[in-house]
Structure formats: C-alpha cells, structure tokens
Design a protein around this ligand. Structure first.
Ligand code: ATP
Ligand code: MG
Length: 438
C-alpha cells in the first residue's frame, strides 16, 4: 500500500485513555479505533495482523484434523435453556429479542450450538471422533472492559470442540489440541506456557491456560526454564499417533508451571534454582475437558456397535485471536514502538523515500514497491525523514528499506531490521532478496 492512499492514522501524542503499552501503541500505530466501550473497529493495518494471526491458528487447527465451520453470532435462547446455562450465565451475556419476541443472545461461546449441530448430524459411533472449530466474534458484557482489545466486550475467538466416544478418546483429542497450541504460539513468535487451570466440578488435570509472558500481565506466573528451550516446530511428535501424544504430554507436564493462584511452594522448591523463572503473564488460550456436561442434558447420543446409545465426551479449546494482537505487542515492543514478529506483521517491509519528488529515489522506490507488492507499505508522503523513521519504528515492520538520495545515486539502499536495529547498505536486488527471505 502507498501510505498516502491508506487509512493508517498514526498519532504522535499518547492517547490519555490508554493505560498499557499495547493499547497505546495500537492506537498510535493506527491499528484500531474504539467505537463504544470495549468495542473496536479494525483499520487496514490492524485487520491485516488480525487476519495473519487467524491464518496461523487456522493452519495449525487444520493440521491436526480439526475442521473449520462458521457458526452464527446470534443464538436462540432455547438452546441455552436446554443446557441450563441461560439463567446461570448472568449479565455478561447480551440478550436480545427479535420482532416476534423470541429470545436470542449474542454468543459468548458456542458449546450449546455445536452440540446441537452434532445432535442433528451424527447418529452412529462410526461418525466419531469429530473435532470442529470456528473463528468468530463473541460478545461478553465485561464489567470492566480495559486494556484495549485485550479485554474487550466484542472480541474474536477461535473456539474448537471435540466429541469422542469415551474418556480415552477425549484425552487424545485434548493432547492433540495442546500440541497444536504449542506449535501455534511458537509460529506467532511468542512464548506461551501451559498452566494447569481449574476444572470445576469435573476434576482431573485436563484444563490448561496458555500464558504469554509480559510485564503488564494480569497474573503472576512461575515456570521451569525448559519451556523456553523446547522447539515445538522441530520436535518430532506426530499428532496422529497416541504414543507420540503421550510422550508430548508427559514432557510438557513434567515441567513446573503455575499461576500465582495455583502456585505450589513445595513443588517449586524441587525445581533447580537456576531453572526457576518468574514473571507476569497474559492468558491467550484455554483448553478444557468437560465430559458430558452438554451432551447429556442436550440429548446428544450415538448408537454404539451393540446398538446401545453412547453419550459423547466433549472438550472445548479457545484462543483469543484479537487479544493476541495486544498480547504480542506487550511481549514485543520498545520505546519507539511495535516490533512485529515476521509471521504476523501487517507488512514485511516499509519503503521509506527520504526525498519525495526526487527522480532517482522515486524510481528505486517504485521498483521496490512493484516487486514487494502487498508485502510493502510505501511511505510516499511529502514528510521529513525523521517523521518517516519514527512512524516506521512505531508501526513495527520487520524491515525498513531506506532510500536516500546519496545511496540512490549509486543504486544502493539501506536495510534496517526493526528487531535488532542492524543496518546494512545493499543493492536493490540484495535488499529485496533479504526481505523476501530468499
Ligand atoms: P478471562 O479469564 O481473561 O476473562 P476466560 O476464562 O473468560 O478469560 P475463555 O472463556 O476461556 O476465557 O475464552 C478463551 C479465550 O478468549 C481466552 O483465553 C482469551 O484469550 C479470550 N478472551 C476471553 N475473554 C476476552 C475478552 N473479554 N476480550 C478479549 N479476549 C478474551
Ligand atoms: Mg472471562
């Protein structure tokens, strides 16, 4: 995109309403604008990040055989009456009536709806297991929406649901999803650590929250350094093999990790001192096994091999896609602005023309822009170099290609890496090859 033709309204001043870095930077970099308390419009650069995160999530869900669907945002209240949650859910749920006075709600989550879909569609044990997900807007009327998109009222979530014939199957689905999450977060360029969470009346150890480390996080965390060392993308775990999933889960759960509410001083003392890590973190995902909590009251059954009815065992698996935009920024920024991981940056590179109107710099910028296409944001504004540098640092593009009159005269550009700040002078071709990762 050409910056002069884009709606990327960067701000020089720090917006007074923003208390934490990610919220300030999202407003200043022109990613989002608030339209009502906890409700945000995504502007072009912000939407690109949201889509990029969604795409990584999607690819890793698809890779474990989880199927994408798209359920509506509005749900009939009757489904929630069947599970018993309609009255229990409380004021976080937005309830509406249609013109026929029928009760609807804006979905805060989708267990009831997916259970209803399976109830209509599967009849036999041969059709299970099933895993399904969607990436859809949710509404929760949070008492205190804050920190920008991190605790919004309307937010984008990936939620997945598993249906198995028995507990052993549900355990496999759970572990498979957990492996997909470790891969997903690593691809997003963040360290997410799974921590045991409350399972409520169901009990057991099959509930984990995934926490990204950031100083402004809502919860305190304690964990073993092992989590920082494992490369989940390289690790040889085949998600389709039960023995691999078991090995993965054992490795994962043998490392200590807990939020401050669950912290166990005795177990912590057994972690070698040089391997103990403490910090604060932001919850970006939550996975949960809950057995027959919805299948039973809602009457989801399949016929077993002997004709007897089986009530499927379920789990649900969430990732806060829009929260992640803020959480990644919390984990990856400096005084000057955002530092986007390559995998989710809105643009791989910014092209900075330091002398707008100059024939030589203009020609080089046009060449770069033609080659990089949608990967680049071309700063073609008639602005001082300092303004362009500041905005590029603020917006956090992984690469900046700086085209000044002196270098341009020799066919050279300067390539800056946002993350480490290194700069090198290169030919146009070499700069392109670096940016495109050739
Ligand atoms: P929290 O404790 O932060 O309120 P939760 O336990 O209510 O989260 P889940 O119902 O497990 O969250 O939802 C799955 C994921 O959706 C969370 O891990 C989080 O990343 C995201 N999420 C939940 N509530 C919000 C919100 N108000 N704004 C943005 N993302 C949210
Ligand atoms: Mg909540």
């Amino acid at each position: 995109m050409r910056l002069t033709r884009s709606l990327i309204p960067t701000l020089k001043e720090t917006p007074a309403e923003a208390q934490i870095a990610s919220h300030r930077l999202m407003l200043r970099a022109g990613l989002v604008r608030q339209t009502a308390a906890g409700i945000y419009a995504w502007l072009p650069a912000g939407l690109r990040v949201l889509r990029n995160i969604g795409q990584v999530v999607r690819e890793e869900q698809d890779a474990i055989g989880c199927q994408e669907v798209l359920m509506p945002t509005l749900q009939p209240a009757d489904l929630w009456r069947q599970s018993g949650r309609y009255d229990a859910y409380g004021p976080e749920m937005l309830r509406v009536k249609d013109r026929h006075e029928r009760d609807l709600l804006y979905g805060p989550t989708n267990e009831e709806m997916i259970t209803d879909l399976l109830r209509q569609s599967v009849k036999s044990y041969r059709e299970l297991p099933q895993m399904l997900y969607h990436i859809q807007w949710k509404f929760r009327d949070e008492v205190r929406p804050r920190f920008g998109v991190m605790r919004g009222r309307e937010f984008l979530m990936k939620d997945a649901y598993s249906f198995d014939l028995d507990y052993a199957g549900a355990v496999l689905s759970y572990r498979r999803m957990m492996l997909a999450y470790m891969r997903t977060f690593q691809r997003l360029g963040v360290k997410a650590i799974p921590m045991v969470a409350d399972t409520g009346p169901i009990g057991g150890d099959l509930s984990h929250e995934f926490i990204i480390l950031a100083p402004t996080g809502e919860s305190g965390v304690f964990f073993d350094a092992g989590f920082e060392e494992i490369d989940w993308l390289a690790a040889d775990f085949d998600a389709s093999k039960p023995e691999d999933l078991e090995r993965f889960f054992t490795q994962m759960t043998s490392l200590y990790a807990a939020t401050d509410e669950k912290h166990d001083a005795a177990a912590w003392a057994k972690v070698p001192a040089d391997r103990r890590r403490e910090g604060r973190g932001i919850e970006v995902g939550h996975i949960f096994y809950f057995g027959r909590k919805y299948s039973e009251p809602m009457g989801l059954t399949v016929a077993g091999p002997d004709g007897a009815q089986i009530i499927p065992e379920m789990g649900s698996y969430g990732i806060g896609v829009s929260r992640l935009v803020g959480a990644v920024i919390e984990a990856s920024h400096d005084e000057a602005g955002i530092i986007w991981p390559d995998s989710i940056a809105p643009f791989r590179a910014a092209i900075l023309n330091l002398k707008q109107g100059d024939a030589t710099t203009g020609a080089i910028c046009e060449t770069l822009y033609a080659k990089l296409g949608a990967n680049a944001l071309y700063d073609d504004r008639d602005e001082r170099a300092g303004v362009k540098f500041n905005d590029a640092d603020l917006m956090g593009h992984p690469w900046q290609i700086v085209v000044g009159p002196r270098g341009a005269a020799n066919g050279k550009v300067e390539l800056k890496r946002r993350a480490g700040g290194e700069r090198v002078e290169l030919s146009v071709e070499d700069a392109l090859a670096r940016v495109l990762g050739a």
